[in-house]
Design a protein around this ligand. Structure first.
Ligand SMILES: [Zn+2]
Length: 242
């Protein structure tokens, strides 16, 4: 059992820019994100990659490890979030939609079609210290797919990202954070080492396993106290990764 705070972000925006879309609460201002990072640092947290949970670095994990997960691989990450991370010497884990690199996030009609990171940018981000994972091929709810389509989402996205990055991604984030026993089994069979869900609808928040790693959503509009409370909640979760 490992204690590690797993946080989940989505989109970032310039200070003062209006949040867009039905889920405006998931598009955070750069400076607010920066203040959250400061709170993490001041509280003794150190960012790690998900892979570090399975293979701890020789020097060991930080006393208070945190993984900053970012779903969807939107271009706004590179523009607004990366500078905040780099300024503080922190890293993130980015989950990209492999079939839509360089395109638009067109899977949710309630959201603006945000620009997605290009293949070359992902390579640069990996070189800059980001961990890159898969978010499927086309951002479909894996629970709704037949066997062939499910396998395609998991295997082909892993292959495509592996070609781009020089090594296959170790981890998956289920689109919409949604998984069931079948999608977990297919993710393991596809070669992933683990996969992330979100704790939002989980029947048992504290049950976090290697193919259903529980992350806590960070809400973009919350004051810093709300973020601190979410950190507290994330701290209760023990991850079973063996
Ligand atoms: Zn997503």
């Amino acid at each position: 059992m490992i204690r590690c705070h797993l946080l989940c972000y989505h989109w970032f925006r310039a200070d003062g820019a209006e949040a867009r879309g039905a889920r405006a609460d998931l598009e955070i201002e750069a400076s607010r994100f920066g203040r959250q990072l400061d709170l993490l640092s001041e509280s003794g947290f150190g960012t790690i990659h998900l892979a570090d949970l399975l293979d701890p670095p020789p020097a060991g994990l930080p006393a208070r490890p945190v993984v900053i997960c970012v779903d969807d691989g939107s271009a706004c990450f590179a523009r607004f979030a990366l500078p905040e991370l780099e300024r503080r010497g922190l890293c993130a884990t980015l989950f990209a939609v492999a079939g839509k690199l360089g395109g638009r996030a067109d899977w949710d009609p309630g959201e603006p079609p945000r620009k997605l990171l290009e293949r070359g940018q992902l390579v640069e981000l990996q070189s800059a210290g980001c961990e890159i994972g898969s978010h499927g091929m086309t951002h479909r709810d894996l629970r709704t797919l037949g066997d062939a389509a499910l396998r395609d989402e998991l295997v082909r996205s892993r292959d495509l990202l592996g070609e781009a990055l020089g090594r296959p991604p170790g981890f998956l984030a289920y689109p919409y954070g949604a998984c069931d026993a079948r999608s977990k089994a297919f993710a393991a069979a596809a070669g992933y080492r683990g996969a992330c869900a979100v704790a939002l609808d989980a029947p048992d928040l504290l049950c976090s396993q290697r193919f259903c790693l529980m992350r806590i959503y960070v809400m973009a509009t919350e004051p810093l106290l709300g973020f601190a409370l979410r950190l507290l909640a994330a701290g209760w979760i023990r991850h079973e990764v063996s």
